[in-house]
Design a protein around this ligand. Structure first.
Ligand code: GLN
Length: 476
């Protein structure tokens, strides 16, 4: 399957060498050919083809009438609602549940003539960093199928990696778009909290969750973000701020100031190869005329603990609605209401989700609220203040995505804390509500990748796109 950009696809459609139908057929074939990677939960094959044919007819009748995303075939993570289609958050507790409405992101995609090809596998309720926590089993990394693709949007990343779509929508609560994108050699962005509506995104931790995008090409990702962003009457946390034309405003000549978190790159547990490729990228930028400002971030040890206290607290509340009555799975053990609730939740949720519901309920319980939840909230404020301070000196901050490469499937199952700690570099953006992007560093050990991460101030996604456009040129 050729790796076209959206522009190339549009050109090929215009000169008649491909049609949306032929393109969609090739994408569907890619899904067929890689079934063993366990990428998709549901493939909307017939429907995608019908959409493609309808778009071909519309284009042939009046090419100037096509939407901004005509030519784009997109996958959606199994936490994003698409009316009339099953959505399960990778969980048995939602099996068979069909969404009654479109998420705002999906509605916007469709209104600009994108095609949705299927829903992708993910960690249950987006809780995980490896895609090993899905009720459908793990997703495999195409670059080395014995290894994880990262998570929780592992299926989203691999759907792009196998060229079964142009881009993927995922969700990022603590790194779930940026980390799998990096592990699969792709670009991943988590926008500012409040940039994209969360209406129709199944909630994990509502003050952290954002829909994000995985893709290969900066301009395409920028265009997709432009389309799905913006005010929404169904989500009061979405900003009314005007949405820039990110894709048109990409500037590769802007010599901005980059803060470099040296102690992160020099962390004793940092993989040497990842470190040296990251430093090479930074050196390249310096040679290109960017000013590098060495910076320190002090509160590193508190990032993961505060993130896991706050997100599990929010999750314990958000997931209380799954009771065997309203949605999806219902247990047969139903002698009375109490046993029905209990049995449905016991049978429906997987182990990691149960662990987090219990942890979250504990940190919110009377007597522990002050000791854990309130303290974590204070740390969140401190982290935000520290980041704001760093941004008084620079426009963009550079840091790693991960200390190491993806691990072998099954290796981490016994020790959740080790997995939690692997999120240290990605949770900052979500704790602060700022945007972050990951750029792949190229293949290393075991043919696998990781990435470098760039953060900017709230609503300054443009800086991030400018930077990855420059890095894309470097990689070519
Ligand atoms: N790995 C993190 C967690 O398990 C992040 C997940 C996410 O961003 N959805 O909470």
């Amino acid at each position: 399957m050729p790796r076209y950009t959206l522009k190339e696809i549009r050109n090929k459609i215009e000169n008649g060498s491909i049609s949306m139908e032929s393109l969609t057929t090739e994408y569907l074939q890619a899904i067929e050919d890689t079934k063993e990677l366990n990428v998709y939960v549901n493939v909307f094959g017939n429907e995608a083809l019908a959409q493609a044919r309808a778009l071909d007819i519309k284009f042939n009748a009046n090419p100037s009438q096509m939407g901004k995303l005509f030519g784009a075939v997109v996958s959606i993570k199994d936490v994003i609602c698409y009316q009339g289609h099953e959505v399960t958050a990778g969980s048995k507790i939602l099996s068979g549940f069909k969404s009654l409405y479109n998420s705002t992101a999906v509605a916007k995609l469709l209104s600009e003539d994108a095609i949705i090809i299927g829903s992708t596998n993910c960690d249950e309720f987006a809780m995980g960093s490896s895609n090993e926590n899905s009720s459908y089993g793990p997703v495999r990394n195409m670059d080395n199928p014995d290894f994880i693709p990262g998570g929780s949007s592992g299926g989203a990343a691999v759907s792009v990696q196998i060229d079964s779509c142009l881009m993927a929508l995922g969700s990022d609560t603590g790194g779930s778009v940026r980390q799998p994108a990096a592990y699969c050699g792709l670009i991943g962005i988590k926008p500012t909290y409040g940039r994209v509506s969360r209406h129709g995104l199944i909630a994990y931790a509502s003050s952290f969750d954002q829909i994000g995008i995985v893709g290969r090409n900066t301009e395409d990702i920028a265009l997709l973000l432009e389309v799905i962003s913006g005010a929404d009457e169904y989500d009061s946390t979405v900003s009314n701020k005007m949405v820039p034309e990110y894709s048109k405003d990409i500037r590769t000549d802007k010599k901005i100031k980059i803060g470099v978190l040296n102690s992160f790159f020099n962390h004793p547990k940092m993989n040497e190869e990842i470190k040296s490729s990251s430093l090479k990228v930074l050196k390249y930028l310096e040679n290109e005329g960017f000013t590098m400002v060495p910076q320190e971030f002090i509160n590193i040890d508190y990032l993961v603990p505060s993130y896991y206290v706050l997100t599990t607290a929010e999750a314990s509340s958000n997931l209380s609605r799954f009771d065997g009555i309203k949605f999806g799975y219902r247990s047969n053990t139903n002698s009375n209401l109490e046993t029905l609730y209990r049995a449905s939740r016991t049978e429906g949720f997987g182990m990691e989700v149960k662990r987090r519901i219990m942890l979250g309920t504990f940190v919110l319980s009377s007597g522990y609220y002050d000791a854990y939840f309130e303290k974590a909230q204070k740390i969140r404020t401190l982290v935000k203040e520290e980041i704001e301070r760093l941004f008084t000196e620079v426009d963009v901050i550079a840091l790693p995505i991960s200390m190491d490469y993806p691990w072998k499937i099954g290796d981490s199952n016994q020790d959740p804390v080790t997995v939690y700690l692997s999120d240290v570099f990605t949770v900052i953006a979500n704790l602060c509500g700022i945007p972050g992007i990951s750029f792949p560093l190229g293949r290393g050990k075991n043919n696998l990748s990781s990435g470098i991460q760039l953060l900017s101030k709230k609503f300054e996604e443009q800086h991030l796109f400018n930077m990855t456009a420059i890095l894309q040129n470097m990689a070519q």
